[in-house]
Design a protein around this ligand. Structure first.
Ligand SMILES: [Ca+2]
Ligand SMILES: [Ca+2]
Ligand SMILES: [Ca+2]
Length: 420
């Protein structure tokens, strides 16, 4: 079969992988990120004065990372591609062979990377053939992140953050997070230092992840800083344009940490925070909590609003191009919430939603549910199609320029789906 990913040559932006655009028949990174082109005045929120200039500068220090959880450091879950209109068909599956809650990531070399509870990190070609496998000493929940140079960073419940060579999977370094007496297995001490988060890759190549607190690790595997929290940090920190790191913790708090590792503020939710934050262009932070709420916080840490769902919110928010926020809840509903905190619509699935939604270029949504289905939802909240997989779909799906969808499931498989 033909390769699922177009390596070179393009007719339109849709032929290009990731967020690249087609210029003179070549896929290139856009000169300015799309978010920087919109006026913050239109949002109605106060704009931090350094916002766009700081990010333009940061972006100019190097090409953006190839991929990570929620696609970029601001975690908006926003794709530049279009979801297929027709229900896609199964192209291939790969047995990992244990639950896949990790979300797949694409490299510009055309590899699909995913972690598994088998401890394996698998790299597959676009046609599902194994390129390499790396085996950690415990479960992998973490979504692999791929730096601009192709290096793959991924965490494991064995308490290590691993750096792997992108083409071969060869271990470059590992960083042991925390000083937990027991690193693998179950129990509070065995899980306290688990590296479940992303990691997130910053513009200078630094890695932001969680364990017994929040970690910033240099791209050579040395510690930049550790920010202690009162509970495990399982979710992936997000990085704002001014270098502020936002992270949630099982100590019920959401933290803002300056680029030097110093605490800026702490916002107290009423229960664990396992959702990862998403950051809007104007700096607004959206994050869910086990207290059933989705919070909108200002860059200064004030609550703008809270939207209450019927159960824990462990998924991470997606932010549409028009500012609508999409998030699933353990109550089984996928919510579309306007930027003022009012409900636009809710879509009911048959079980809890842990999967974080993807929003496509037209505002259509893709999300998994523990009812074993992957749903495509129209911008107005109506069902477009759904596909039944073999188990819970807690993994967050990704979409490529040719409409291929990759997602993992508790049945131990990574799925590739594509419409005819
Ligand atoms: Ca552990
Ligand atoms: Ca709850
Ligand atoms: Ca199920």
């Amino acid at each position: 079969m033909s390769h699922a990913l177009v390596p070179e040559g393009c007719g339109t932006d849709k032929d290009c992988k990731l967020d690249r655009v087609c210029e003179a028949n070549r896929c290139v990174w856009p000169k300015r990120p799309q978010w920087a082109q919109r006026s913050a005045d239109a949002s109605g929120h106060a704009k931090p004065p350094i916002w766009s200039s700081a990010m333009s500068e940061a972006e100019s220090t190097g090409p953006p990372a190839q991929g990570m959880f929620r696609f970029d450091p601001r975690h908006r879950g926003r794709s530049t591609f279009l979801l297929p209109k027709q229900k896609p068909e199964l192209v291939w599956t790969v047995e990992t062979p244990a639950p896949v809650t990790s979300s797949p990531t694409l490299s510009v070399d055309g590899l699909v990377l995913v972690g598994s509870h088998s401890g394996k990190i698998l790299a597959l070609s676009g046609d599902g053939k194994p390129a390499w496998t790396f085996i950690a000493a415990d479960l992998v929940w973490s979504t692999p992140a791929i730096a601009a140079d192709g290096t793959v960073y991924v965490g494991s419940d064995d308490d290590n953050l691993y750096a792997l060579e992108g083409k071969t999977g060869k271990l470059l370094w590992k960083y042991r997070v925390g000083t937990c007496q027991q690193t693998v297995g179950i129990g509070p001490e065995a899980t306290r230092c688990d590296v479940d988060a992303g990691p997130t890759i910053g513009p200078d190549g630094a890695l932001y992840t969680g364990g017994d607190g929040v970690y910033a690790i240099n791209s050579n595997g040395t510690l930049r800083w550790h920010f202690a929290t009162g509970g495990h940090v399982s979710s992936t920190p997000a990085l704002a344009a001014d270098g502020t790191v936002y992270a949630g913790s099982q100590d019920n708090s959401i933290y803002a940490i300056a680029s030097d590792g110093k605490r800026q503020w702490e916002f107290r939710a009423r229960d664990d925070v396992e959702s990862s934050p998403a950051i809007e262009e104007d700096g607004t932070i959206y994050i869910g909590s086990d207290d059933n709420r989705l919070y909108a916080l200002s860059p200064q840490g004030q609550m703008l609003w809270a939207f209450t769902t019927g159960d824990d919110v462990r998924a991470s928010p997606a932010i549409g191009h028009d500012g609508t926020v999409y998030i699933g809840s353990y109550d089984g509903l996928l919510y579309a919430i306007r930027r003022d905190g009012t409900l636009l619509w809710a879509f009911r699935t048959g079980d809890r939603i842990q999967s974080s939604a993807l929003v496509d270029a037209s505002g259509a949504i893709l999300v998994g549910s523990q009812d074993d289905r992957l749903y495509a939802i129209e911008p107005d909240g109506k069902l477009r199609w759904s596909v039944e997989l073999g188990g819970d779909v807690d993994s967050s799906p990704i979409l490529t320029g040719d409409g291929t969808i990759y997602v993992g499931s508790d049945d131990g498989k990574l799925y590739a789906l594509r419409a005819k």
